[in-house]
Write a protein that binds this ligand. Structure first.
Ligand code: PEP
Ligand code: MN
Length: 336
């Protein structure tokens, strides 16, 4: 349930509502907007009746949320959320681009990639140091050495760093080097990992699972939010369908759906979404036109020798061309 306080309600009214909720063993999560405060009630909703809540002074109405997720729902927080990653804002009109190689391979590769990412106008450097590969015989990433290189390249070019966490035991290690955690598609329902990043304050990029519905994805985000971390950015990266020409089917309708259902920012990954570098530029443009808050794109100085995902990685030249086109679409849409 969410409880909407009326614009004229007082601090005492709010306190009374919080006490009523907490005395039943439930928890409150407040969302203070310009006009209204909204109280999200977390816990077994059978413990408190809507009638009782509606009769408390200062309460405008209460709404039973049919979906299980609350904190990430638009009902709970009607305005678009902005996630601030150490000064770089994601959401509410800002257009954020994260780019870099699939995996960190060497200092030379990463520095070259970072330069191109910066020159193209992106704000984040991406790159995996722990790679969740389909085959155990494929390159698994450079681990801490990769994290160090990411931090070094990020600092050298003034880029924020986003990198994937695959194991909850690595949380402190990754937090030391990165500005944002990435939860990959394969771990979208690794609930222990979701709770662990939820207990951290560091922003989280939550990718949609390979076969996840939008509701399952938002529930995964709720796991993070329910532990206290609201700095969540969703990422549509394609879902598994019967189509084989593309690696995945990029579901751009998810952008519009998420905008309706949630206040969280959403970025699109046209690289994993299609698996084909030729399709990255058109799908980037389409994502922005559909209202995405940003993009995450794989870029490699030499995709032909990449240790992972070369066939979907842009060359520096193609990345620049893509950014030019994206800027044109963004201008057309009245975006920054
Ligand atoms: C990645 O970003 O390199 C990655 C592994 O993505 P996903 O989890 O979407 O497959
Ligand atoms: Mn990849």
């Amino acid at each position: 349930m969410i409880i909407v306080m009326s614009p004229s309600s007082t601090d005492e009214d709010l306190k009374r509502v919080e006490n009523a909720v907490e005395s039943r063993g439930l928890r409150c999560h407040l969302s203070k907007g310009e006009e209204r405060t909204i109280v999200g009630v977390i816990g077994d909703k059978k413990q408190i009746s809507q009638l009782e809540v509606n009769m408390l002074p200062g309460v405008e109405k209460s709404v039973r949320i049919t979906e299980k997720y609350k904190l990430v729902s638009r009902e709970f927080h009607p305005q678009d959320s902005v996630v601030d990653v150490d000064g770089v804002k994601i959401g509410a009109g800002h257009l954020t681009v994260m780019a870099g190689p699939c995996a960190v391979e060497s200092e030379e590769q990463l520095m070259e990639a970072a330069k191109c990412v910066k020159d193209g106008g992106a704000q984040f450097l991406r790159g995996g140091a722990f790679k969740p590969r389909t085959s155990p015989y494929d390159f698994q990433g450079l681990a801490e050495e990769g994290l160090k290189l990411l931090r070094k390249a990020g600092d050298a070019y003034g880029l924020k760093v986003v990198t994937e966490i695959v194991n909850q035991n690595d949380i402190d290690l990754i937090a030391k080097y990165a500005d944002m955690f990435q939860i990959g598609a394969r771990n979208m329902q690794n609930f222990q990992l979701l709770k662990e990043v939820g207990r951290s304050k560091k922003p989280v990029l939550l990718k949609r699972g390979l076969c996840a519905t939008i509701s399952e994805w938002l529930n995964a985000a709720e796991y993070i939010a329910s532990e206290g971390n609201m700095n969540i950015v969703l990422c549509e990266r394609g879902i598994r369908t019967y189509e084989t020409f593309t690696r995945n089917t990029l579901d751009l309708s998810a952008v519009a759906a998420v905008k309706e259902l949630s206040h969280l920012p959403i970025v699109v990954d046209p690289s994993h979404g299609t698996g084909r570098w030729q399709m990255v530029q058109p799908m980037s443009c389409a994502a922005i036109a559909a209202g995405a808050d940003g993009l995450i794109i794989e870029v490699h100085p030499h995709p032909e020798v990449a240790l992972s995902d070369g066939s979907q990685s842009l060359t520096p030249k193609n990345f620049n061309a893509t950014m030019d086109k994206v800027r044109q679409i963004a201008n057309l849409m009245g975006r920054e």
